[in-house]
Ligand binder design. Sequence first.
Ligand code: 4AZ
Length: 484
Amino acid sequence: MTSTVGPSPYYENSGFQPENIYSTRQPEGANPCPPYFSTNALSVPSYDPRIATYQSSTPVARSSGRTCAPSVKKTIIIISSILLVACCAIAAFFIWYFVENRCFGSLIECGSSGACISPSQWCDGVSHCPNGEDETRCVRLFGPNFMLEVYSPISKSWYPVCQDGWNDDYGKTACKDMGYSVDTYYYSQGVATEVGFKNYMKLNTSAGNIDLYKKLYSSDSCASGNVVSLRCIECGTSAKSVNIMSRIVGGSGAVPGQWPWQVSLHVQGIHVCGGSIITRQWIVTAAHCVEGRFSDPYSWRVYAGILNQNEMLLRNGYRVQQIISHPDYDADSKDNDVALMKLETPLSFTGTVRPVCLPNPGMMFQPNQQCWISGWGAEYQGGKTSNNLNYVMVPLIEQSRCNSIYIYNGMILPTMICAGYLGGGFDSCQGDSGGPLVTNKSSVWWLVGDTSWGTGCASPNRPGVYGNMTVFTDWIYKNMQAYR
Ligand code: 4AZ
């Protein structure tokens, strides 16, 4: 593989980031500007109706005892000025406070909706926030080691979980809360903590039979020194290693079990798009595959573990119960080109039917990182779909480079990622859409993208464009959890 891009930038899956910073409570009903700081206070002091305002240019000479001496006037002006500045500063603080913090006291804000809930309602198994953030932002898996992290709505940060007292029952609860089914639960194990952790979530094992999240408390120590690594599903394993220069355009024919997450999506017995298995019931595909007349779940059949299209026609395929297209998908720009299909009956996992792993936040994909695409798409621009599953290695292309004037000139949005060869020759093509762009890292196959668009197929300076899965994982988990 030729290296054309420098080493410094990387693609980082930053996952959910807290939106606001909370500070201490502002007393309800407090007036930031008391009446003596009113704007006309300086021009109409009550003790001397004759005193000049700031606008007066000619000071009035005073002789009587009731008028102010110049030094007294000066003092009043200085004090008034200081008070005015202090009032403005206090007012500015309160304006900032109300803009930044919409919830009073210990109440917690629900994402960006502005709704407020009490800390005891966060992660209690009942959705209180309008968009359900209180139940979807409880746990996440971080980095290539699947490190379990729990969200603290108070400090608005994620903490690793100390392994002390942890068991598989807690692991299953955490997996369920991410939208996984308990029957695919794989394992929990302790991994040595990275230096630099200052805070952990620890289990209060004497807390009795209460909810997992109520048992967790924040601590700056972890006796075992191990944190929980959690696998909710055995994903990202393939029976066959890949032969790098092994059609798609310019690729090779796949063997059984090589890309076990790859599915073929049919409408009326015709292959329309590809997709990727992420759980027994959920398939990730492209939103543009399920637009318009293709949005009816009952028109689709899903074929898994079969490499040959002719063979699929002899089988029944899996029925689709539900299709969820990304709400922000834009058909013109192909922004957020991702959709989920829920199968009516769960898949049975075998050597040739297996899920791929969704990328965890904190994973980095390097520019030029080797990735693989697979599908039954055309083998050349304008060709018909292939009878056999093909694959090819495509390196990632840095965002700024792909957006350069001689490539896609600003059309690559943050929800997209480019992969391919600027010299052309190897690429995804019509019919590969919705299918996987995967990479192997730490011996696990990760879904980096879903095939989305490109100008033609395998032309120079027109690489393939894929949905950037790292930005969709929060949306995917949220939907898997909501439509369990
Ligand atoms: C398509 O229409 C399509 N060369 C998929 C990928 C590419 C172009 C078109 C990228 O399904």
